[in-house]
Design a protein around this ligand. Structure first.
Ligand SMILES: Cc1cc2nc3c(=O)[nH]c(=O)nc-3n(C[C@H](O)[C@H](O)[C@H](O)COP(=O)(O)OP(=O)(O)OC[C@H]3O[C@@H](n4cnc5c(N)ncnc54)[C@H](O)[C@@H]3O)c2cc1C
Length: 437
């Protein structure tokens, strides 16, 4: 045991754990245990939606995106074959922006902030397990420089990310991999809309391109299915050929150059509904609790929205009062859904829509109409509009935008509608499962 007392232990100084710890009142003594404090080079968490920025601002931490050459993102450029159009965040709300950044640089900023704060102690160590007493979690055991350390606290917040090893004690784990993202940094791109996210839906699965620092873009290429892509030389050749077939011409040279430089990274794209157990003394936050397809870049926005919800509950209580603490954690689990359900539903539904040729066509056509048809769905994607009803209205309008087709092309139209229902029903059911079991 360290010779100090802590109110809260945070496991993992990633996007969720780091921001949660930094947003606590200065009177709360916090121990953050992170297994690797070196700056990571990851392909995840690089496009922050306007809703994420707004939440970061509300948490008093917007400065965490300063000084890392983060790039303004003003909306999306949608590309399907020779067809393309842009949709602008400005049309949702004047002046709002997203940002593209390097996840590692953002994490380094977060961790520097933690080290600056007097109420926070940061330790580089691997957390192995919880300490449990009478069915309650009262702390953790971690290994620091080969030595096992036991540490107790009133509350343990588990933010050990998508591959969490601690979540199964706190929740029903129902993780699914729907696809993989293969990511590269591409440079020397000359784009008509440099400060936009590009969503390329010309092929069987989507490709994303967005700026992450000056003159550099992240490209994420979706590889569908639950099995990771083969990385052998022959498979890579086929992969390259397939990407070139669907990539807009202005991106091909830069993509090929990046492939030659050879720093292709692969990450699984999980979805997992958040279903916590009733357990005293600990709570899950971030990807350890809930995940959605990263196509819409909603993960960080969801994490920050959860932090606001959790902080609201913690602010009402005395952390030393066990009953109050348990109530606060349960309220957080019960209430968080309202803040993140539209982000989750849109992410998982849009990925499936883009995997169905007819629905993809219908969706592209709908957004291309502009006005409310573009700004409505974009307000959900931006993480600003949290109305499930509004999301469903647009979802069904995509499938029903030509009612006349029920007469002129009944077979195709009925199939379109059925496929839309087949996508949305299980996703809604997932979101409606009880938050605590
Ligand atoms: C391919 C891909 C692309 C994505 N792109 C975006 C995007 O553009 N925009 C967006 O908003 N979201 C995106 N996401 C989602 C986003 O990255 C996550 O939602 C976000 O990173 C979750 O933060 P977290 O803190 O839960 O996990 P992480 O940021 O992964 O942090 C977990 C931390 O816990 C530490 N840790 C793990 N186990 C232990 C242990 N036993 N002991 C101590 N420390 C431990 C890890 O080292 C790590 O630092 C993407 C996801 C994927 C898969």
């Amino acid at each position: 045991m360290r010779n100090e007392e802590f109110d809260i232990i945070v496991v993992g100084a990633g996007v969720a754990g780091g921001v949660f710890a930094a947003s606590q009142p200065s009177s709360t003594r916090i121990l953050v245990v992170e297994r690797d404090l070196t700056e990571p080079d990851r392909i995840i968490g690089e496009l922050m939606q306007p809703g994420g920025l707004q939440a970061l601002k509300e948490l008093g931490l917007i400065h965490l995106i300063d000084g890392i050459d983060a790039q303004e993102v003003n909306g999306y450029n949608l590309i399907k074959g020779n067809d393309r159009f842009t949709i602008h965040y400005d049309e949702v709300q004047k002046g709002i922006r997203g940002v593209g950044l390097r996840n590692g640089k953002f994490l380094s900023n977060i961790r520097r902030e933690l080290k600056k704060l007097d109420n926070i102690t940061v330790v580089e160590a691997n957390v192995n397990e919880f300490i449990e007493e009478n069915g309650k979690i009262v702390g953790i055991r971690y290994t620091e420089n080969g030595v096992s350390v036991a540490q107790k606290a009133n509350l343990t917040i588990v933010c050990d990310g998508p591959m969490s090893t601690l979540r199964d004690k706190l929740s029903k784990v129902n993780k699914q991999v729907s696809s993989y993202f293969m990511g590269l940094v591409i440079k020397d791109l000359k784009l008509e809309h440099p400060s936009y996210g590009h969503m390329i839906v010309s092929g069987d699965s989507p490709i994303l391109v967005y700026p992450i620092h000056t003159d550099a873009y992240r490209i994420l290429i979706d590889y569908p299915g639950g099995k990771p892509p083969k990385m052998g030389a022959k498979s890579m050749e086929t992969f390259k050929e397939n990407v070139i077939k669907v990539l807009p011409p202005e991106m091909i040279d830069a993509f090929l150059k990046a492939m030659e430089e050879g720093d292709l990274k692969v990450m699984p794209n999980h979805s997992m509904k958040g279903q916590a157990f009733r357990k005293s003394g600990a709570a899950l936050l971030g990807d350890s609790l809930n995940m959605r397809h990263p196509l819409t870049g909603g993960g960080m926005t969801a994490s920050f929205t959860d932090i606001i919800c959790l902080n609201r509950e913690l602010a009402k209580i005395n952390l030393k009062d066990e009953a109050q603490l348990e109530h606060a954690v349960n309220e957080y689990y019960e209430n968080r859904g309202k803040g993140v359900e539209t982000i989750n539903i849109l992410a998982n539904a849009l990925y499936k829509v883009f995997s169905d040729e007819d629905l993809k066509e219908a969706c592209f056509e709908y957004l291309q109409k502009g006005g409310e048809q573009a700004s409505g769905p974009l307000s959900i994607l931006a993480g600003l509009n949290k109305s499930k009803k509004f999301l469903l209205k647009h979802f069904f309008k995509v499938a029903m935008q030509h009612p006349i087709h029920f007469i002129t092309k009944p077979g195709k139209q009925i199939r379109l509608y059925k496929n839309a229902l087949g996508i949305i029903r299980p996703i809604l059911k997932d979101e409606e499962t009880p938050a605590i079991i």
